[in-house]
Design a protein around this ligand. Structure first.
Ligand SMILES: C[S@@+](CC[C@H](N)C(=O)[O-])C[C@H]1O[C@@H](n2cnc3c(N)ncnc32)[C@H](O)[C@@H]1O
Length: 244
């Protein structure tokens, strides 16, 4: 006689359903970070992800207008918003560089980008080119950018050394790379979980290895560092001139 194996109380499809429910509840706990932990590119249904990114409460700590002002962009400049998402910063960047300027809004997620396209059409903003890109390459033209802006996205990038070298090439000789991301320390109520964050020191080191010189560090955001870097004249591997 065969041994009858005990039947599980919950079968696999039921388990999956329960897991998805718990996942959704975690994401809806108004924590974008929790959501990012569960799935890096599409953590929760798109409309909920967009609502989190565009939540007016985010403005209190993200201070988007102050961030954009601090970049001292000029009319006519060319900017890339890497990991543009719903366009929270893209629209502000587009207004700063004006009709003669250009913003490349790049993202891996077509859902985000189609939302952004509609938003740009509604707001009649014509100086933004929306680009869906692969995760390893922003597909930007060499020496084309005055500024590459990466907010809350750098920690998503996998091979950052290769990626930074591509961004280095895409910058004009005096171009700037701006990275805004969360401090890797306890007690920050928003942002990704500690395990996904990159310390400021790590990012500085990575920039330096990619041939970038950190020219400015802004500290007015409560939960995030803002690092501004420029290509060193010697190219990748050259030693930095200054290191704030
Ligand atoms: C947390 S959201 C930030 C969106 C926007 N920068 C903001 O501050 O509101 C991260 C975005 O980066 C995108 N992303 C993730 N990895 C990426 C990659 N390797 N290249 C381009 N975009 C990426 C995601 O699809 C998502 O839209």
């Amino acid at each position: 006689m065969k041994n009858a194996s005990p039947q599980p109380m919950i079968n696999k499809p039921q388990l999956r359903k329960i897991f998805s429910g718990v996942l959704l509840m975690l994401c809806l706990g108004n924590s974008l970070g929790r959501a990012e932990e569960q799935h890096p590119h599409h953590p929760i249904p798109l409309d909920q992800y967009i609502a989190l990114l565009e939540d007016p409460k985010r403005d209190e700590w993200q201070k988007p207008d102050a961030v954009i002002q601090a970049l001292h962009l000029k009319e006519g400049q060319v900017v890339a918003d890497i990991g543009a998402g719903s366009g929270y910063f893209t629209l502000r960047l587009a207004r700063m560089v004006g009709q003669k300027g250009q913003v490349f809004a790049v993202d891996v997620d077509e859902g985000m980008l189609s939302y952004l396209r509609e938003r740009l059409a509604k707001e009649k903003i014509q100086n933004v080119q929306v680009m869906q890109v692969p995760a390893h390459d922003p597909l930007l033209i060499d020496s084309s950018l005055d500024l590459a802006f990466i907010c809350d996205t750098y920690h998503h990038i996998e091979d950052r050394e290769v990626y930074l070298r591509k961004l280095h090439k895409a910058l004009k000789p005096n171009g700037r790379l701006v990275i805004v991301d969360f401090y890797k320390k306890d007690g920050i109520p928003v942002g990704p979980p500690l395990s996904m964050r990159l310390s400021e020191e790590t990012v500085k080191q990575e920039l330096q290895t990619a041939g970038m010189n950190i020219t400015e560090k802004l500290t007015f955001l409560p939960y995030q560092y803002i690092l501004i870097a420029q290509p060193t004249t010697g190219g990748p591997g050259a030693s930095p001139v200054t290191q704030p």
